[in-house]
Design a protein around this ligand. Structure first.
Ligand SMILES: [Zn+2]
Length: 248
């Protein structure tokens, strides 16, 4: 079978045996993939440092004859994002984004929009601090592009208007109108927060600069996102415990 070559972002890299590596990567044109890099640890000629997590590179691989791991052939150049490795909080946020991609995206489903968002997110973190806004935008966009965006502007059950200032929440559906909310015991969120989140999802998904959310919006949105991720992810990202605030 002919080799495939294309842009990729390395999400995770595990040592395997004496010399090999197993690499999870996001390919622009082929989606989330796992690959086997034979002798990647002993011979750096074919891969160099390009298989380090967070690196952007051009990968060449062959489809497997059996099993699910593609056979990685070589990596050509790329951007290792050395700048964002300057600061533990920035690395933690970048790693968290990579873990979310792995947890939310289906394998082998091409999603160039997710690739563009992750690429822009890493480029932004090369020069900017790890802010709660950057984290929230990344979380919302990945949820949305994975098909898990909650209803923010109308009721997720009946489609009706929300009206009240405090809106009950359904997880994973999103906002509920008073008529559809079964009781007052569900978590709730304020109408202005829902409006801010809906507006931010309408912006260009690769744009991270220039957003400011109020402390209340960040707190309420953090609770909503945390509930959604707990619902949709099989395991919570390990890097979550390194982020501030820790919402794990
Ligand atoms: Zn309703």
């Amino acid at each position: 079978m002919n080799p495939v070559t294309g842009p990729a972002i390395i999400l995770r890299c595990l040592a395997y045996g004496e010399a090999d590596r197993i690499v999870t990567f996001l390919s622009r044109d082929h989606g989330l993939l796992k690959g086997f890099a034979r002798s990647a640890r002993t011979s750096r000629k074919r891969f160099g440092a390009a298989l380090e997590p967070l690196a952007e590179t051009v990968l060449c691989w062959r489809q497997p004859q059996r099993g699910t791991l593609v056979d990685l052939q070589e990596a050509e150049g790329g951007n290792l994002h050395l700048e964002l490795r300057r600061d533990l909080e920035v690395v933690a946020l970048a790693s968290y984004g990579c873990e979310l991609v792995e947890g939310l995206c289906a394998e082998e489903q091409p999603c160039p929009e997710v690739f563009a968002v992750v690429r822009a997110f890493l480029a932004y973190l090369d020069t900017q601090p790890a802010t709660p806004e950057t984290r929230l935008l990344m979380e919302l966009r990945l949820l949305s592009l994975s098909g898990y965006a909650p209803h923010l502007t109308n009721c997720c059950r009946c489609g009706g208007p929300l009206g009240e200032q405090t809106v009950p929440l359904d997880i994973p559906g999103g906002a509920l109108c008073r008529r559809c909310a079964a009781s007052d015991h569900t978590p709730s969120i304020s109408l202005p927060t829902l409006g801010s989140l809906a507006r931010s999802l309408r912006t260009r998904p690769t744009l991270f600069a220039g957003f400011r959310f109020s402390p209340r919006t960040l707190e309420e949105a953090g609770i909503l996102v945390s509930l959604l991720l707990r619902h949709h992810l099989q395991t919570l990202p390990k890097s979550l415990s390194l982020l501030t605030p820790d919402r794990s």
